[in-house]
Design a binder for this molecule. Structure first.
Ligand code: SF4
Length: 471
């Protein structure tokens, strides 16, 4: 069995991709969101906050704020957004999030520094620069940030002004991420998202001039009218713009669930064959242009901290994606946002009017949650190690959890055989589980082996929720 270095170009085998193409979780959490329950709410959240914020607690924390507003709906979008440009609604939302954050912050040990702060949406820059700055200063005022904290934001550059960037920089934001999807005019028209290459180039330049140290661009393949020829031209422009990181997502077409996606006709979509060709083209071109494949749709430069962390086996994954900020609990605010503590996930309510009512009443706007058992935590550890670092050191598992890996997963280990036979996993499982080159693209099916809930569903014939395609 030959292996190439961790960050060599990922191998793509069409036959294996077809064999392992199935619906499965992306594992931004384990247990996955469909397993969460509505009876896990405020009481559980306070209890877990108290347990993890005892007097001696000094562990770092992460913060997330969700701003759900957009001025217009992009037809391909799968997010839960609120279409409004009304300043009064935006300003009211700033007040509500401030109230929610202050309520939680009161119970968090002030010795715990914030090392990561992310603003996502929707479109956080849909709100005015003044409202944005007020929101950030309000929330920051309740926490203590480290000097080198990573502060990042997702923007839609079509509504983001120089004044927004100045406000963000004043608040210490240093990383910026923006959607491009595709520069083809025909594709942009079909998805109702017109954004020129020139505007993107100018915006990236302005962001860098203002002092943002990292620029991420999101691309999507599988969109209407895309082909290798059109996407190839998009990639040419992307390499001229030269972002630091690239995310390449597979378009999830769900018109029966998302009414606005019906504006996209199925016959406009590339065939499965062409979709694969586009993906292959993109991976080849990224690699030729100096990007390394981190996994799960993400590419970064060799010197990027994500690439280095993966090489060193310390990469982590949370709701914001890959991160190097190890093990930080994440406190999130705003509609639909998700908080993550060592043994608890909590998700806020999605509807703005319900969120407002609960926050104004003085309670926490929680919709559902999940308290993790010891078994859940052990399986999450395994799944995250495989997905982030592509290897699972067995001695470290045994030491961390005080059980023998081979005994504990006696039922799962035989189910790894097909992956070994297909060259996705190293056959020597005695010291570590090591994902081979071919397995880097096919990581989700490997991780799914350790998902207790999927296994139970299969055994009992329980219908599993609709996850996205693994490939
Ligand atoms: S700007 Fe982003 S979040 Fe808003 S509708 Fe378009 S894709 Fe969705």
């Amino acid at each position: 069995m030959t292996t190439t270095p961790l960050h060599a170009k990922p191998e793509i085998d069409r036959g294996l991709i077809q064999k392992y193409s199935m619906r499965g979780p992306r594992y931004t959490s384990y247990p996955t969101a469909p397993e969460w329950k509505e009876d896990v709410g405020e009481a559980a959240y306070w209890r877990h906050i108290e347990e993890t914020n005892h007097d001696g607690a000094t562990e770092p924390i992460s913060l997330y704020i969700h701003v759900p507003f957009c001025s217009e709906r992009c037809y391909f979008c799968g997010c839960n957004v609120i279409i409004t440009s009304r300043d009064d609604i935006h300003n009211n939302y700033v007040d509500l999030v401030t109230l929610e954050a202050s309520r939680v912050a009161e119970r968090i040990n002030k010795n715990r520094p914030v090392t990561q702060f992310h603003l996502g949406g929707g479109t956080p820059t849909e709100i005015s620069p003044a409202a944005l700055e007020r929101l950030l200063n309000n929330v920051k005022g309740h926490f203590r940030f480290t000097e080198d904290a990573e502060l990042s934001i997702e923007v839609d550059l079509r509504v983001t002004t120089e004044a927004h960037l100045d406000a963000l920089r004043r608040c210490g934001f240093n990383r910026i991420s923006m959607g491009v999807q595709d520069f083809s005019e025909q594709t942009q028209t079909a998805i109702n998202r017109i954004q020129s290459a020139e505007a993107t180039r100018d915006f990236v330049r302005m962001s860098r001039d203002k002092g943002f140290i990292s620029v991420n661009i999101d691309l999507v393949y599988g969109l209407p009218h895309q082909s290798t020829a059109t996407f190839g031209r998009t990639l040419d422009t992307i390499f001229e713009i030269d972002p630091d990181r690239i995310a390449l997502y597979n378009y999830a077409y769900l018109p029966s669930k998302l009414g606005h996606q019906r504006r996209i006709l199925e016959e406009w979509l590339p065939s499965a064959e062409e979709r694969f060709n586009i993906f292959q083209l993109a991976v080849d071109r990224f690699t030729e242009n100096g990007f390394v494949y981190i996994g799960m749709d993400h590419f970064a430069k060799p010197g990027d901290e994500l690439t280095i962390a993966q090489r060193e086996g310390t990469l982590q994954r949370n709701f914001m994606g890959f991160t190097t900020r190890a093990g930080a609990d994440m406190y999130s605010f705003g509609v639909s946002s998700i908080s993550s503590l060592p043994a608890l996930y909590i998700q806020n309510i999605k509807k703005l009017h319900s969120y407002e009512k609960i926050v104004r009443e003085g309670a926490l706007p929680i919709e559902r949650g999940c308290e993790l058992s010891l078994d859940d935590r052990m399986r999450r550890w395994v799944i995250m190690e495989l997905m982030c670092n592509l290897r699972l050191p067995i001695a470290r598992f045994n030491q961390t959890w005080g059980v023998d890996f081979h005994e504990y997963f006696a039922e799962e280990i035989p189910r790894l055989k097909p992956f070994i036979e297909d060259g996705l996993l190293d056959p020597n499982l005695s010291e570590e589980l090591r994902v081979l080159d071919l397995g880097r693209i096919i990581i989700r099916p490997i991780a799914m082996t350790f998902d207790y809930y999927l296994t139970q569903a299969r055994k009992t014939g329980r219908q599993t929720p609709t996850f996205s395609k693994t490939l």
